[in-house]
Design a binder for this molecule. Structure first.
Ligand SMILES: C[C@](O)(CO)[C@H](O)COP(=O)(O)OP(=O)(O)OC[C@H]1O[C@@H](n2ccc(N)nc2=O)[C@H](O)[C@@H]1O
Ligand SMILES: Nc1ncnc2c1ncn2[C@@H]1O[C@H](COP(=O)(O)OP(=O)(O)OP(=O)(O)O)[C@@H](O)[C@H]1O
Length: 328
């Protein structure tokens, strides 16, 4: 989190996530599913700038104004294509700001500029991370002094993945519908190739497909993966990747299935789909390997590719001038 010298502006980084392990334990009465999932934050991130509303400009002081621009290896530079996310009240950023206003009774508003790099409907948690960054930043901008625990409770009302992004840890096991967070250790770092097919997947549709296909199988234990993560054994981490939603997702999206088959042709230590898809990832041994495989993946007509690493040892929702690019 970075404060501008005038004290009226905050810049926040909202990282993407990967699910290294995702087991669905069963369907609940409220329509959600109980999960056991291991999530890690990535260096790939959206950037959000928050400013107080200039009341001289004849604007309602409690309004929430959101502007969005796209700046990512995943996005096309074609400005004529319509933006893939709404900037109205349905945006999770606006929902997070409204929830904070309603809960605290604060009358202040905000102008928010989003630089969107994380692809949408990809299972990378982009909207959830933006919502968490908004709760943390507006808590500061509006001087609310809410604790992390209080912000986490609000976060869970916005989405199952949002509390993970309030937590400052790089990696965590998330249980319940995703909101019960236990931070875990991940040592070392490794390059990750992200590849997204031409179309995304809706989370409820993938869970519905899982219900249709599910059988009474024993649940896959998370413990061997946690041990490999804490001892920094990247090859073991890669071998233990697991996602119970991948088969249902492959049945819903033919390009995803093709992309996973393509990924499996390369000698990578491990590949998987993240969350409810449709983005897939490969853990690489080196940047050289990541660069050569990502250029081969880029030749597939339907896939968009980007290389990133884990989001390690950063300030919470941190921002470093040295890594910030002029284009956002
Ligand atoms: C698949 C994951 O990305 C794994 O990290 C998350 O569980 C999804 O979390 P999310 O996008 O924050 O999801 P939410 O916005 O809370 O829920 C969207 C929809 O996904 C389904 N959903 C989500 C989470 C969960 N544990 N069980 C579910 O069945 C429900 O149909 C729900 O209505
Ligand atoms: N700030 C936002 N960023 C991205 N999507 C948003 C945002 N606000 C609302 N949305 C909507 O939320 C939906 C899911 O987008 P998102 O990119 O968060 O999915 P996801 O990566 O699959 O998330 P998850 O991994 O948490 O399931 C999209 O249909 C999008 O229109």
């Amino acid at each position: 989190m970075c404060h501008w010298p005038d004290g009226q502006s905050i810049l926040a980084r909202a990282p993407a996530k990967l699910n290294l392990h995702l087991e669905v334990l069963g369907r609940r009465d409220d329509g959600f599913h109980d999960l056991e999932t291991v999530m890690v934050k990535l260096d790939l991130h959206d950037t959000l700038q928050f400013r107080t509303i200039n009341t001289d400009a004849n604007v309602d002081e409690s309004s929430i104004q959101l502007d969005c621009r796209y700046s990512s290896p995943f996005f096309q530079s074609d400005v004529s294509s319509p933006p893939p996310i709404p900037v109205d009240e349905s945006n999770l950023i606006v929902k997070a700001a409204r929830l904070l206003q309603q809960t605290t009774g604060v009358t202040q508003g905000a102008h928010i500029e989003l630089v969107k790099r994380i692809p949408v409907q990809a299972g990378l948690g982009g909207g959830s991370s933006d919502a968490a960054a908004t709760l943390v930043a507006l808590n500061q901008l509006w001087g609310l002094n809410y604790s992390t625990a209080e912000l986490s409770q609000l976060a869970a009302q916005l989405g199952s993945d949002v509390p993970f992004f309030i937590d400052s840890s790089t990696a965590a096991v998330c249980r319940g519908r995703g909101e019960i967070i236990t931070p875990v250790t991940i040592r070392g770092n490794f390059p990750v190739i992200l590849a997204q097919p031409g179309s995304g997947l809706s989370t409820p549709t993938v869970f519905k497909k899982w219900s249709e296909l599910s059988s009474q199988k024993a649940c896959r234990s998370v413990e061997p993966l946690l041990e490999a993560m804490s001892s920094g054994k990247t090859n073991s981490v890669a071998r233990l990747l697991f996602n119970a939603l991948q088969i249902p997702a492959e049945q819903l999206n033919a390009q995803l299935k093709q992309l996973i088959s393509l990924f499996q042709k390369f000698a990578l230590p491990g590949t998987l789909m993240t969350g409810s898809g449709s983005c897939c990832f490969g853990i690489c041994q080196s940047f050289r390997q990541a660069t050569s495989i990502s250029s081969l993946l880029r030749t597939a007509p339907f896939s968009r590719v980007c290389v990133t690493t884990l989001h390690h040892n950063r300030m919470h929702h941190g921002y470093y001038r040295s890594t910030y690019q002029a284009n956002g």
